[in-house]
Design a binder for this molecule. Structure first.
Ligand SMILES: [Zn+2]
Length: 165
């Protein structure tokens, strides 16, 4: 398995820098230093409240939320973030946006900023099905640092898989 599968689609120089960090064993420490804050959103009902609060703030007029839950079987690349290059192809056959929000369980133990990033991502899908320009505009409207957070969350997922192996 490609250890940098979460970063496919990012520039090769960037991937090379990440490989270097990994080889030096510094990726985990770098992430821990930058993203030291954890969160207390443990249960599905806490997750629901968390998502609802963000939605109230930024997407009040959008469709009401359906179910909100942590899903241990959800694969982040396949179902959530996409691979960054083939995103619209992968997501294109989704017929309509779902009101149900599933968050991969890996985010339950992730730093607070990454939970926020993935929730922003899924909330944006309430309005935009595909990962198109309007979708990312909505993400950055809710969270101005969205792109950096998505990239760093991909680094975090890369790190998690390496330490689990
Ligand atoms: Zn998506």
């Amino acid at each position: 398995m490609n250890p940098l599968k979460y970063l496919a689609g990012y520039p090769p120089q960037l991937q090379a820098r990440v490989s270097e960090l990994i080889a030096q064993g510094r990726l985990g420490a770098m992430l821990a230093e930058k993203y030291g804050q954890s969160h207390a959103v443990r249960s599905d009902s806490q997750l629901y409240d968390y998502v609802q609060a963000l939605k109230d703030q930024y997407l009040r007029k959008s469709v009401p939320l359906g179910k909100v839950l942590y899903d241990a079987r959800l694969q982040v690349l396949k179902h959530a973030l996409g691979t960054h290059t083939s995103i619209s192809r992968v997501q294109g056959n989704r017929l309509k946006a779902s009101r149900e929000i599933r968050i991969a369980t890996v985010f339950r133990d992730a730093p607070a900023d990454f939970l926020r990033m993935i929730v922003v991502h899924e909330l944006a899908h309430l309005k935009e099905v595909e990962h198109n320009k309007a979708f990312y505009q909505l993400c950055t409207h809710i969270e101005p640092d969205y792109h950096q957070l998505e990239f760093d969350a991909r680094l975090y997922l890369t790190h998690c898989e390496m330490v689990r192996r």
